[in-house]
Every structure is written in structure tokens, then in C-alpha cells.
Design a protein around this ligand. Structure first.
Ligand code: SF4
Length: 183
């Protein structure tokens, strides 16, 4: 029998390595996006995903060596130039395999721009909690997590910000990661 729990813990441990001060992204930064979280949002598309969900809409984001390596300082400057955004959402790829870089950017937009921070993940909240480390530090810097892999047989396009019924929109307490409410 396939042990998904063990496989997920092995996958989340496969962090994507980048030179210090860099993040690997799969697309240009977006702003004024209304489909990846509440309000007008900037979106950062990360590169690299070990989950390989059948039916994934962005398989070109799986490769750990594809995409573009960008300086985190340049990302911060570009985000700071966006006006009228409520927050930043990390999409993938899998943001939690670059947790240190994502946390640095999350902390910047919260402290310097006053934005809230959401992230998608193909890992569940419980797997991130159990793994700990940098992934958990990144989770604690969020206001909301949309968690779990995309499961084609559970696809439901009527869900807010989610593609399949197993995925949850978890509102989190900033600083601790405690779940405040779930949709
Ligand atoms: S976690 Fe997201 S990016 Fe990764 S394979 Fe699944 S749907 Fe695609």
C-alpha cells in the first residue's frame, strides 16, 4: 500500500536550492489579481514542485531547474512599486520547497507595505506542521493557507480559490500558524 504520509514528508524535505538572496520563479510578478485570494493581490509564482498531481494546470512549474532565478531584493522593489494591493499570494509550483526565500518576501510585504500574505501548497497543513523547519517558519508568517494537492476526481470549480474538494482555505493566526477558521 502507498504510504502518502511518508511520501509527503519525503517530498517536503526536498527543498529547492538557490544561491543566498535568490528565489526561483516560474513567471513574472502579477498585480491586481482577484482570483488567488481576497481583494486585489500581487501574485508570486514559484518554480519547482515535487507533488506532480495528475491534472495539474501548471506542469511546467515542476522542474527544480527551470524558470528564472531572481534576486529577492529586485522582487521586493517590484512589489513595492505596485499600488492599491491588499496582499501577496504565493502560488506554484510549490512555495514550501523554497520556504526561506518566501518567508523573507512575506515578512517584507507585511512589515514594509502593510499587506496580508496568503500561500497555496500541495502539502497539507498537518504535513507542514509535522515537517517543521523553514517550512513551518514560512507557514507562521501567513494569514491564510490553501492546502492539499489537486485531486482530479474531486475537482469542483465552484469552490472559492480552490480546485478540488479536499483542499481547504485555512485562515491562520499570524505568528503561530494556529487555525482560526476553515472553508
Ligand atoms: S501542488 Fe500544485 S503545482 Fe504542484 S503538481 Fe499539484 S497542482 Fe501542480
Amino acid at each position: 500500500m502507498v504510504d502518502w504520509h511518508k511520501i509527503s514528508l519525503e517530498k517536503i524535505a526536498r527543498e529547492l536550492e538557490t544561491p543566498k538572496g535568490y528565489i526561483r520563479v516560474s513567471a513574472p510578478l502579477e498585480h491586481d489579481n482577484i482570483v488567488n485570494g481576497d481583494g486585489l493581490r500581487a501574485v508570486l509564482w514559484t518554480q519547482g514542485c515535487p507533488n506532480h498531481c495528475p491534472g495539474c494546470q501548471n506542469p511546467e512549474t515542476w522542474d527544480y531547474e527551470a524558470g528564472i532565478l531572481r534576486k529577492i531584493d529586485d522582487i521586493k522593489k517590484e512589489l513595492a512599486s505596485f499600488r492599491g494591493q491588499a496582499g501577496l499570494t504565493f502560488c506554484g509550483g510549490e512555495p514550501f520547497v523554497q520556504p526561506e526565500a518566501c518567508k523573507e518576501i512575506a515578512d517584507f510585504v507585511r512589515k514594509e507595505l502593510g499587506w496580508n500574505v496568503w500561500s497555496f501548497s500541495g502539502f497539507t497543513y498537518e504535513i507542514i506542521m509535522e515537517h517543521g523547519g523553514n517550512a513551518l517558519k514560512f507557514l507562521k508568517s501567513l494569514d491564510a493557507l490553501i492546502d492539499g494537492p489537486f485531486i482530479l476526481s474531486q475537482r469542483d470549480l465552484s469552490l472559492r480559490f480552490r480546485g478540488s474538494k479536499n483542499q481547504r482555505l485555512l485562515h491562520l493566526k499570524y505568528g503561530t500558524g494556529e487555525i482560526l477558521s476553515a472553508e
